[in-house]
Design a binder for this molecule. Sequence first.
Ligand code: G6P
Length: 366
Amino acid sequence: TRVDKGGHKHFMAKEIAEQPGVIGQALSHYVTDAGEIILPDGGVDFTKIDRITMVACGTAFYACLVAKYWFEQVARIPVEVDVASEFRYREPPIPANTLALFVSQSGETADTLAALRYCDGKAQRTLSVINVPESSIARESDLSLPIYAGVEVGVASTKAFTCQLTVLILLVLKAAHARGEMDDAKLADHISALRGLPSIINTALEQNETMREAAFKLSAARDVLFLGRGKMYPLALEGALKLKEISYIHAEAYASGELKHGPIALVDEDVPVIVMAPRDALFDKTVSNMQEVMARNGKVILISDAEGLAEASNGVWSTIEMPKVADLLTPILYAIPAQLLAYHTAVAKGTDVDQPRNLAKSVTVE
Ligand code: G6P
């Protein structure tokens, strides 16, 4: 398939803009009009699973970290997550009734494929969440779930990440329902929230100009810190990864609660700190960490919803307002500012957004 930039300056910008559409596509492939989640080939019997091991690299690994929160909190299934390059050489014991789940955009990442083969060799049931249906990982896993993101050209993954999350949350809901952790009414609520997600993401994309202005300020920084708690921690990691990949600014992410255990030593007026904090159960905790940063003259960019900003934006450097979304879905929505801040920072610095130096779209050698 030939793909062009569709009027955008970069493939990355186009792929960011495509997200409402492709997430809608992914949902329509797995959810019936009646709101039932259908997995191909008989799916997975989640009542027979005691634990899940998730393995991936890069951005797909962060999708796994989000899924761990979801699976554990919503479906009450313990989850272990590891990067493929560590998993494959650790030769981890895999207890019976483990589901081994691999996430990969390309389906060709060498380490992820090796990890899959390791689990296959241990007679584990393997499941993959991939974007390229004819890929090695898709072919070699027992069951493979396409994310329907369409061709992704930009080296820094964007729409594949949010589509991975979309398919993963469907798996989580399916598991929670099958295991009796969620009743029909609650499931229906979540499905209807998911159906509203594309339009909420469109609203987030309308904040483009605010993010461009914040990114312009970021482009002068040498180091940037990202903070988040709970299911926002993987989003902080993703925001830092995107920023370093394409703007070459050193960026690190920390779970907010770890701030005191090291990174606060780096904070001064030259270090922007990006705080990802929807108004959820952990909001107050994150805000108190943010105030510790501000007490040391750190420059905070607070990303939250209207309610959160009204409560906590006093004295911050910049704010980015996200629309309100169902609590479970905040990781998908907050991918938008993670991506757009990196994108606009890279554009402001004049780096090669779609083909950053030293990086490859698909890492097929070790
Ligand atoms: C490379 C890409 C990343 C991607 C990672 C994993 O590092 O630049 O965007 O997240 O590989 O790739 P996969 O195809 O397995 O998702």
